[in-house]
Write a protein that binds this ligand. Sequence first.
Ligand code: KG4
Ligand code: ZN
Length: 343
Amino acid sequence: MVILGIDTSCDDTSASVVEEGVKIRSNVVSSQEIVHHRFGGIVPELASRRHVEMIWPVVDEALRSAHITLEDLSAIAVCHGPGLIGSLLVGCSFAKALCFSKGIPLVAVNHLEGHVFSSFLDKFPDGAYGGNEDSAAPAFEFPFISLIVSGGHTSLYRVDGFGKYRELGRTRDDAAGEAYDKVSKLLGLGYPGGPVIDRLACEGDPEAVVFPRAYLPEGLDFSFSGLKTAVMNHLKESHPRGINDIAASFQQAVIDVLLRKTEWAVTREGIFRVTVSGGVGANSALRRELTLFAKEREIQLSIPAASLCTDNAAMIAAAGYHHVRAHKLARMDMNPVAYLPLS
Ligand code: KG4
Ligand code: ZN
C-alpha cells in the first residue's frame, strides 16, 4: 500500500510517500522559518498564504523523489486537525480536490495520531532500520505510553492499538515547545526557540540557575508557564547568568519534568514501552537522558529520528495506513477542525 501524506497544520508544508505504513520513500518539508522568524512566533495569515504557494511544489517533489505518479497511490492521508484553521484548510482542500479528480481514497488523520505513529516509521518487524541511524529502538508492540512534546501539545497517552488512545495527562498552560519558543523570545533568540536553546545549552551549566519544576504530584498533567516566568524574573535580576547557563538551566528543568512524569505514567499503567515524539523530541539532551532513563529502568524506548519528531507528513501517511486497513475513509464533505482531541 502506497500512501501520500500531507500536513499543513502549522507552519511547515509537508508531503511524503510511505509504503506499508513504515517505509519512507520520500519526505519533503518546506519550512516557513524565514517567514515567521522576525515576528518571534507564527503569524497564522502568513502561514496559510505560504501553504497555498508551496503545497503543489512540495507534493510534486514528494511524488517525483518517490518515483511514482498519482495513479500509483492507494490513498491520500491529510491532517485535518488540530492546528491553525487557515493552514489546515489549504492541505484539506488540496487533498480533497486531488482525490475527487483522480478517484483516490481520502483519509483524514489527527495530527497527534501522526506523532504517535511516527515511532513506527522506517522500523521493520525484525528490528532493522530503514535509514534512521539515530533512532533508539526496534519495532513496537501495543500497548505503549506515548509522550508527545511539541509546540502545541505536551501530553501523555496510553495507546492500546490503532484508534485506542487514552489521554493520561496534558499541559494545563504552555506546551514544552511553546516554553522553549517563549524563553527564546525573552533571550532575543527568535523563532523557533528549541533548536537554538538546544545548541546554546550544550555550552552552559544546567545547574547554574535552579528554575522551578512543576511536578503537580496529584496527577500526570504538566505546567510550563511558571518556568517561563521564572526565566523572565531571573533576567530582571541585577546579575543574571550568561545566556548559555540560562539556556542549559531552563532546558534541564523541562527535561526533569518530562522524565519524572513519563516514569509515573509507566509505573501507574504498568507498561514498560514508551514512545516520544513531537518537535521537542528532537532535543539532543532530552534524547540522551531518555535513552539513559530507559536503560536504567529496563523500559523499551522508541524515539523517531529528529527529522521525524518535528512536523512531517510521513507520520500522517503512517497513521493513514492504519485508517485504510480499518476501512476508515473520509468523505468529500470532511472539514478541518482547529481543536481536535485524540482520545
Ligand atoms: O512537532 P512540532 O514540529 O510542531 C507542533 O506540532 O507544534 O514542534 C515544534 C516545536 C517548537 O516549539 C520548537 O521550538 C520545538 O518543537 N523544537 C525543539 C527542538 N526542535 C524543535 N525543542 C527543543 N529542542 C529542539 N532541538
Ligand atoms: Zn506536531
